[in-house]
Write a protein that binds this ligand. Structure first.
Ligand code: 3HC
Ligand code: NAI
Length: 710
């Protein structure tokens, strides 16, 4: 529970001290999350000096004001010139204090926050507290003694698990691990902390330094834990820098005295700080918090919603229904006939049956969730629903017919959303009497798992409907990105372009397998041809056929994918696509027949294949993605480059450590990207047209990130 700081001038001094009997109460009050900015570091060091020099003080109690203990180093300071005192010195200063120091923890004690607590001699936490070392998620390692103190406190295995996953540990588990000494009986952090401090004083307890703790005493077990972590990290984190340094730092904790280990930790931390991965991951951290800052959120309040309607119970409708049910919302699903609604219900139930089978849900819990689900073939069931999401076939006329029904039955003020992937939402809105209530909610498959939700804002929609959509995203624990109306919105529009670049590369000489390998080596979990096999080649085929009449006859068109689909090779579900999947295998094998089709198409197009290095493949693939990303920002389809980044991080598997395509472009340098595009344009000027925004930024010597801050 939070408590008010003693001083009201918290802004001036974020660390206040106050004598409570013999205990010096040190309160960190640095909203929003008590990050350890320079003033906090100075304040904590000064508080230790004050405690030692004041004979009236027998012990020190450190607490956080507001919702958290301390959420870690101030991430905004990374990359700026360092200002003393450094956090490791502050933690060492706390540990060196000649009077016992107690940390009383509530809310988050993360990263440097937990390192401060481990610098203290005793730790108590309220039951709801979350402790963790999430630095790895920012491309860092615990750099304020955390890699040395945590294994000494909880052993190598638990310390490595915490540092390599970055997971939050609850207070009860923290007690079991030995990370804290006491679990508070109430949520009154201050009272519990003071009582604990008094008890320690009464028992004559003195300073007890974590550097002397015996967590690494079993050297064989520690060595085995380190080796296991090293092997696992080599397998799972081959693209990443900081996890390997975390293992090295724990090795140092085992092999060397504390101070030497800490020196090495410092070296590793500075290497991480310098790495572009750190910049990419911290960009991602802030970008995913910025995406919700949209004009409509400031202009309007969300409409209240308690019940959800879903039209269509296929792949997406069922996934959306599960996402809403998981968030505790009642869901009414409407399908076109009895057979379809039975299938829709079965699609929803299948998800929960899977969880029950894996032991992740009880049969009773499943029954309780399904009790909130209603299936119907009658649109009148939507009469009282607050927000309806349509997920029927991707066909404008079918969707308009559904919206006409919604217009007829839904109550005034109900939000009417479509999950269309490509269609013109302005046209859907214009077809009914209440365009102000119509919005796009573009979920990604599987909709109950994928985090991204593109919120597509048509011209006539009212601001409170947009705000409602963002509120829904929060409720469903999705990451929302605001997008404008165009063919494919942000994600699928950009995908269409770099997917074409991949096809061009293939026809020019790279095999689909070379391209997939290059993209995987860049850090994606899968390459574009593997993704197509997973999603089903028929989806892209249908889109290509739909777009065929409006295709520019002068534009280059690669026919290979069509030839493959014509054979009924739609990917995993048909046992072959770009790859072969013998006997239902999940991992594909290269298919010589596909290569023969590629060859044949090259011949028809009069192309003599040439070879591409992995770097050449990536330059084209990324340049196409970045250039269309710039167009999307230029045309206001995305509000800022960071919205493109978040779309690709959460919807398209873009490697998080690179921050997103626009951040990656800044890392490469925009002049280089533009030079590449101009070079490729010599071969195909129609496809490679530099985005006006990219040209402008290069002329002005600016980065995409400069637009995020505007
Ligand atoms: N530094 C600077 N700003 C931070 C911050 C930090 N460590 N942590 C959060 N913030 C900011 C956010 O950007 C956000 O700012 P905004 O309001 O302007 O958008 C604001 O604080 C509130 O953050 P959230 O929206 O995330 O608030 P929640 O209540 O949802 O979550 C939290 C709170 C769990 C503490 C979450 O913010 C969090 O996980 N923060 C990061 C924790 C972390 O990674 N700590 C390690 C830092 S690295 C380190 O300590 C290095 C050391 O080992 C040397
Ligand atoms: P699907 O074919 O699996 O399901 C569509 C469902 O709509 C079927 O169950 C059908 O019976 C039902 N339906 C059709 N007409 C109806 C009507 N008039 N009234 C009630 N129900 C009707 O299709 P899927 O994949 O779920 O796609 C649905 C929508 O979601 C499409 O607009 C698609 O573009 C979009 N989408 C699809 C994604 C995917 O990966 N499959 C991803 C994101 C969006």
């Amino acid at each position: 529970m939070a408590h008010e700081p003693a001083s009201t001038a918290a802004d001036a001094n974020p660390v206040t001290t106050e004598l409570r009997g013999k205990i010096l109460l040190v309160t960190v009050d640095n909203p929003p999350v008590n990050a350890l900015g320079v003033a906090v570091r100075r304040g904590l060091a000064a508080a230790m000096d004050a405690a030692e020099s004041n004979a009236a003080v027998s012990a020190v109690l450190i607490v956080g004001a507001g919702r958290n203990f301390i959420a870690g180093a101030d991430i905004r300071e990374f990359g700026l010139p360092p200002q003393p005192p450094a956090l490791p010195d502050v933690c060492n200063r706390i540990e060196a204090c000649r009077k016992p120091v107690i940390a009383a923890i509530h809310g988050a004690a993360l990263g440097g926050g937990l390192e401060v607590a481990m610098g203290a001699h005793y730790r108590i936490a309220v039951a709801s507290a979350k402790l963790g070392l999430p630095e790895v998620q920012l491309g860092l390692l615990p750099g304020a003694g955390g890699t040395q103190r945590t294994p000494r406190l909880v052993g190598a295995a638990a310390a490595l698990d915490m540092m390599l996953t970055g997971r939050h540990v609850g207070a009860a588990e923290a007690l079991k691990l030995g990370l804290i000494d006491r679990l508070a009986q109430s949520d009154d952090t201050l009272a519990e902390g003071l009582a604990y401090a008094q008890e320690l004083l009464a028992s004559g307890a003195g300073p007890r330094r974590t550097r002397d703790a015996a967590g690494l005493a079993d050297r064989d077990a520690s060595r085995a834990a380190i080796e296991a972590a090293r092997a696992d990290t080599a397998k799972k984190s081959r693209h990443l820098f900081s996890p390997h340094r975390i293992v090295d730092a724990v090795q140092a904790a085992l092999d060397k005295p504390f101070d030497e280990g800490q020196k090495l930790e410092r070296q590793f931390f500075l290497q991480c700080l310098d790495s572009p991965q750190r910049a990419g991951l911290i960009h991602a951290f802030f970008a995913e918090r910025e995406v919700v800052k949209i004009p409509e959120a400031a202009a309007a309040r969300p409409r209240p919603f308690k019940t959800i309607g879903v039209v269509g119970g296929g792949t997406m409708g069922a996934g959306i229904a599960v996402a809403a049910l998981d968030a505790g919302l009642p869901v009414t699903m409407v399908e076109r006939d009895d057979v379809s609604i039975a299938r829709g219900r079965a699609n929803v139930e299948k998800v929960y049956d899977g969880l029950v089978a894996k032991g992740r849900m009880t049969a009773e819990a499943k029954a309780a969730v399904m009790a909130r689900y209603t299936g119907s073939t009658d649109y009148a069931s939507f009469a009282d629903v607050d927000l309806v999401i349509e997920a029927v076939f991707e066909d404008l006329e079918v969707k308009k017919a559904v919206f006409a029904e919604l217009d007829r039955v839904c109550k005034p003020g109900a939000v009417l959303a479509t999950n269309t992937s490509y269609l013109d939402i302005d046209a859907i809105a214009a077809s009914i009497s209440r365009p102000q209530d119509v919005i796009g909610l573009h979920f990604f498959s599987p909709a109950n798992i994928m985090k991204l939700l593109e919120i597509v804002v048509p011209a006539k929609v009212s601001a409170d409907v947009v705000a409602t959509a963002f509120e829904l995203a929060k409720k469903l624990k999705k990451v929302p990105v605001r997008a404008g109306v165009c063919d494919g919105f942000i994600g699928n529009r950009i995908l269409a372009v770099y997917r074409q670049a991949a096809d061009h590369l293939m026809e020019d000489g790279a095999s689909p397998y070379d391209i997939d390998a290059a993209v995987r080596n860049f850090g994606y979990p899968m390459g574009p041809f593997q993704v197509s096999d997973l999603a089903g080649g028929d989806i892209g085929w249908a889109t290509r056929k739909r777009k065929a009449p409006t295709r520019d006859p002068k534009a280059r068109y690669v026919h290979v994918a069509d030839r493959i689909c014509e054979r009924g090779w739609f990917g995993q579900k048909t046992g072959r696509g770009w790859y072969l999947y013998p006997q239902g295998a999940r991992t594909g094998q290269p298919d010589p027949e596909v290569l023969a089709i590629v060859d044949e198409e090259r011949k028809k197009a009069g192309i003599t294949p040439r070879s591409f290095t992995e770097e050449e493949i990536l330059r084209r693939y990324m340049a196409a993605m970045i250039n269309e990303g710039a167009n999307v920002v230029h045309q206001g389809i995305a509000l800022r480059p960071l919205d493109v980044d978040v779309t690709f991080l959460y919807g398209y598997g873009f490697p998080r450590f690179r921050g997103g395509p626009m951040k990656y472009a800044d890392t490469v340098g925009l002049p280089q990207v533009l030079a590449d595009i101009r070079e490729f344009a010599k071969e195909d000027p129609l496809f490679w047209q530099p985005s006006p925004l990219l040209v402008k930024l290069v002329e002005e010597g600016k980065t995409f990130d400069s637009l995020n801050k505007a």
